[in-house]
Design a protein around this ligand. Structure first.
Ligand code: 0CH
Ligand code: SF4
Length: 334
């Protein structure tokens, strides 16, 4: 670490918006409020959002994370189980009811909206094309809104070029909410070129938070020696920010979960750093990263603010009367 006198100057372009979106904030609040209201343990099916720091913070408060409902011991079936922000197939709440479990659904309202759009296409007799990443929980959840065989997954422009529907004139598409805006436009263009009657969803599937974070990165990245995105390797939206930064002109672009992952030998003598955070990455970790750079460089922070977000989603009805204090969320917000 350089002494104060020898620290080299570094401009940090700090993207805005970055970090938590309204759906993530709501999902974490649901677990926190459930713990306050019903006491520990509160079960959570799948990581509530794709971030270890968040998961460990909630575990410390008494949450228990499981992948499937059969992992909940029978003696705890009266404790709530929360479904993650990514959404679940219809079979999951059904299974919960069969097991007499009390569940709270933390699916983001904007993911639920995509579910509704997929169901609408089907109601109107269309075969549904879902543009998304195979195996991602949101894709599993969206496909699971409809009977098997009524949704086809298209991941890339190449998939779109090869896809052979039974009835090319009766198709509707929806997308995962956290995709690359530009790559998805390419996939849709290819599909529309091949299937001119392809029906769009009534509202955009890629959400406002994904779009805004990518736009802010596009503004900040050109000319950056390094672009750091705070987020987890299983976070789709965070990984897209890493790619967007590189495409927009950052010389290097990396994803880190914590400051301890920064490899200072590889970082070397940089002058301009871009910094953003995926929708599931807490601001406390962004601050930790800024502090790590401040320790080594004489830093100036410039805001690369694309827009200001005001979205706020209400928690489930059962939890609305429970008081949520600043302290309750301090583990992620600082
Ligand atoms: O970006 P993905 O979907 O992997 O999920 P995340 O990192 O947990 O961010 C929150 C988005 C949740 C569903 O849209
Ligand atoms: Fe909802 Fe978008 Fe956030 Fe996903 S990224 S939780 S869809 S607001």
């Amino acid at each position: 670490m350089d002494s104060l006198a020898t620290k080299k100057p570094l401009t940090i372009r700090l993207c805005g918006p970055r970090g938590f979106c309204a759906g993530v904030d709501r999902a974490i609040q649901i677990v926190v409020l459930a713990l306050k209201s019903y006491g520990a343990p509160v079960y959570v099916r799948h990581e509530i959002v794709h971030n270890r720091y968040v998961v460990e913070g909630l575990q410390a408060k008494g949450a228990i994370f499981v992948e499937e409902l059969d992992e909940i011991p029978p003696e705890h079936r009266h404790q709530p189980v929360v479904f993650s922000a990514h959404g679940v197939p219809k079979s999951v709440p059904e299974d919960a009811r069969n097991r007499n479990l009390f569940y709270l659904d933390a699916t983001c309202p904007l993911v639920s909206k995509v579910h509704k759009q997929a169901m609408r296409h089907q109601r109107l007799g269309r075969h549904v094309i879902l543009i998304g990443h195979a195996g991602h929980p949101e894709v599993i959840g969206t496909m699971g809104q409809l009977p098997p065989g009524s949704v086809s997954l298209v991941e890339t422009v190449e998939d779109a070029a090869l896809y052979q529907p039974e009835d090319p004139d009766n198709l509707g598409f929806v997308t995962q909410t956290t995709l690359s805006v530009d790559d998805t436009a390419g996939v849709i263009e290819k599909l529309k070129e091949r299937f001119p009657n392809l029906q769009s969803p009534a509202a955009d599937s890629i959400c406002y938070a994904t779009t805004n974070r990518q736009e802010a990165v596009k503004q900040a990245a050109p000319g950056c020696d390094l672009f750091v995105t705070v987020g987890a390797p299983n976070s789709s939206n965070s990984k897209r920010l890493v790619e967007v930064a590189l495409k927009a002109g950052a010389r290097r672009s990396i994803l880190v979960q914590r400051a301890s992952e920064l490899n200072w030998d590889e970082i070397g003598p940089i002058r301009t750093l871009g910094l953003s955070a995926g929708a599931s990455a807490p601001e406390v970790v962004v601050n930790e990263i800024i502090e790590a750079f401040k320790d080594r460089f004489e830093t100036t922070i410039e805001l690369a603010e694309f827009t200001i977000e005001n979205e706020n989603f209400l928690v489930n009805r059962e939890l609305r009367d429970i008081e949520l204090t600043h302290q309750d969320m301090a583990f992620v917000n600082g």
